[in-house]
Design a protein around this ligand. Structure first.
Ligand SMILES: [Zn+2]
Length: 264
């Protein structure tokens, strides 16, 4: 199958494996189909131990590590400061091109609102210090997430699984952020997200699966893998009124600009 130039800016390999997906098989399929690459986002030490050996030697796969708000609810109840001290040490290995995902989650209410914000600020400061881009997670907390990001003008990166208004997306794009859209753009209730996708300049849009979650229609309800990003591309190209192959080229160019790979 052809996956030419497709990019998946956000997937979780250990969670995919736990959902019964043959991760090595999927990655080999994508490589054989000439995909553009993607970002494997690690959520824990166990995830790193699984993911790093699996992606080593594969072209155009970048890794990310950060402390999401869920880390505040770990059994040992770590403080934001101790989490970020530990993260900084792990980032020293050079395995991770991105810091993240991290951000705010008012849906699951991990930790306290204050500790979530503290953890977010500390990692934005770390990003500025290390000059490394970030990946932002935000659920039911759009206004506050935007306010905090705008307080850190030197920081750049990806706002993942974008699910807020076009207005907020345009503000972020104006500051050099990349906005990444997942399979939920194919869901019935996602009118606001589709408006955001259509309002943005093409230079700041990325595509993702968030595998194994959020499988796009017609795979909805099944464990998602990065090959399904193809359907999210098809839907978004149609929404933006561009042909699918040129949309693949646009997003790949954005991804290469962000990751520092030369654009062809
Ligand atoms: Zn994620």
């Amino acid at each position: 199958m052809s996956f030419t130039d497709l990019v998946d800016s956000h997937f979780h390999l250990l969670s995919m494996k736990n959902a019964g997906i043959d991760c090595a098989g999927v990655l080999s399929d994508l490589e054989a189909g000439n995909w553009g690459g993607g970002i494997a986002v690690c959520l824990s030490d166990e995830d790193c131990a699984y993911t790093l050996p699996l992606v080593r030697g594969r072209k155009n796969i970048f890794c990310a590590l950060g402390c999401g708000p869920w880390d505040l609810d770990r059994a040992d109840r770590p403080s934001p400061e101790s989490l970020v001290t530990d993260l900084e040490r792990k980032l020293g290995t050079g395995d991770f091109a991105f810091i993240g995902e991290f951000g705010l989650d008012a849906y699951w209410q991990y930790g306290t609102p204050e500790s979530q914000e503290k953890l977010m600020h500390l990692q934005l400061e770390l990003s500025a210090a290390l000059n490394r881009p970030v990946i932002i997670h935000s659920r039911d907390a759009g206004t506050r997430t935007l306010e905090i990001l705008l307080q850190h003008p030197g920081v750049r990166g990806i706002f993942h699984c974008y699910s807020y208004t076009a207005d907020a997306a345009l503000k972020l794009a104006g500051r050099g952020w990349y906005i990444s859209f997942a399979g939920n753009i194919t869901y019935k209730k996602s009118d606001a997200v589709r408006s955001a996708l259509c309002a943005l300049p093409k230079e700041c849009v990325l595509m993702e699966t968030d595998s194994p979650y959020l499988a796009p229609v017609p795979h909805r309800g099944r464990p998602c893998d990065p090959r399904m990003v193809k359907d999210t591309y098809a839907a978004s190209a149609a929404l933006r009124g561009v042909d699918e192959l040129s949309w693949r080229a646009t997003v790949l160019e954005n991804f290469r600009r962000l990751t520092g790979e030369p654009c062809q």
